[in-house]
Design a protein around this ligand. Structure first.
Ligand code: OAD
Length: 248
């Protein structure tokens, strides 16, 4: 694998505009479960019952209870070596933007500044009736009411079947179109439209480096796939990037 780490580092150093595209796998080593695969959230919870707008309307108490648990898990978790390595690559001027499908804030807490969050923010609530939005530190046990109009507030995250926030979606595709390399970390690459990001880069003749436990739908178009834990692989690549950058 060490040869492949060197290739990855060289590709990153040579790139002019590298971006990262990340999914639940990057936060797995921080203790947040992924959605698919072994131990994934959707093995235990049916997304139709917990992650759709109709579930939220039909059974708000049940969805809220699930969300409070998930919120506390994210709030109490810490960025891992993979988040920190990506933050370092940005600090070194190599990664220009991180596009994530994750609603946790571990990239931000791991040092990433330029982040685009396609699926929302775990620590924000919004009112679908009047558009009120608020940031929260704690979640009440019961679903709170909007202080403006009295309707239920809901998590400001993208549920199944909902549109992605348009500002973030536009920004993500602008970055993807600028990129000559995308580092794809810890995503199964199956949830659209987010999962188009690597394909856009590929279409523009950019390079794809994938880091994942196992092959995914991205593997067939990746220039380099590194299989293993992101928190083990990324720091090694960062060390090699530092060495290569010193030689330039
Ligand atoms: P998935 O759960 O679909 O995929 C997680 C990926 O991470 C899998 O391919 C795992 O093999 C990989 N993985 C797990 N642990 C890893 C580790 N330590 N190092 C490297 N790779 C690891 O998660 P996403 O692709 O993020 O959307 O899922 C996309 C969207 O589906 C989510 O944002 C969410 C979900 O439904 C919404 O809720 C709208």
């Amino acid at each position: 694998m060490s040869k492949e780490f060197e290739i990855a580092a060289k590709l990153l150093v040579k790139s002019k505009y590298a971006i990262a595209f990340t999914g639940a796998g990057i936060s797995a080593e921080s203790g947040i479960p992924t959605f698919r695969g072994r131990g994934g959230l959707w093995e235990k919870y049916d997304p139709n019952e917990f992650a759709t707008v109709s579930a939220l309307r039909k059974n708000p108490k049940k969805v809220w209870k699930f969300y409070v648990e998930f919120f506390n898990l994210m709030k109490n978790s810490k960025p891992n070596k993979a988040h920190i390595a990506i933050g370092e690559l940005e600090k070194m001027g190599i990664i220009k933007a991180v596009i994530t499908q994750n609603i946790d804030d571990l990239h931000e807490r791991g040092g990433t500044k330029n982040i685009i969050k396609l699926h929302g923010w775990y620590n924000r609530l919004r009112c679908d009736n009047c558009g009120y939005r608020t940031e929260i530190e704690e979640l009440p046990e019961e679903m709170p009411r909007c202080p403006e109009c009295g309707e239920n507030l809901r998590p400001d995250v993208v549920l199944f079947g909902e549109r992605l926030p348009s500002t973030e979606l536009d920004a993500a595709f602008i970055e993807a179109n600028k990129a000559d390399l995308v580092l794809v970390v810890g995503t199964s690459g199956v949830v659209m439209p987010a999962a188009y990001i690597p394909w856009v880069v590929k279409n523009n003749n950019g390079k794809i480096i994938e880091i994942n436990y196992e092959p995914t739908v991205i593997t067939s178009i990746a220039d380099l796939s590194l299989f293993g834990e992101a928190g083990e692989i990324l720091p090694k690549i960062v060390d090699l990037v530092k060495k290569a950058a010193n030689k330039l």
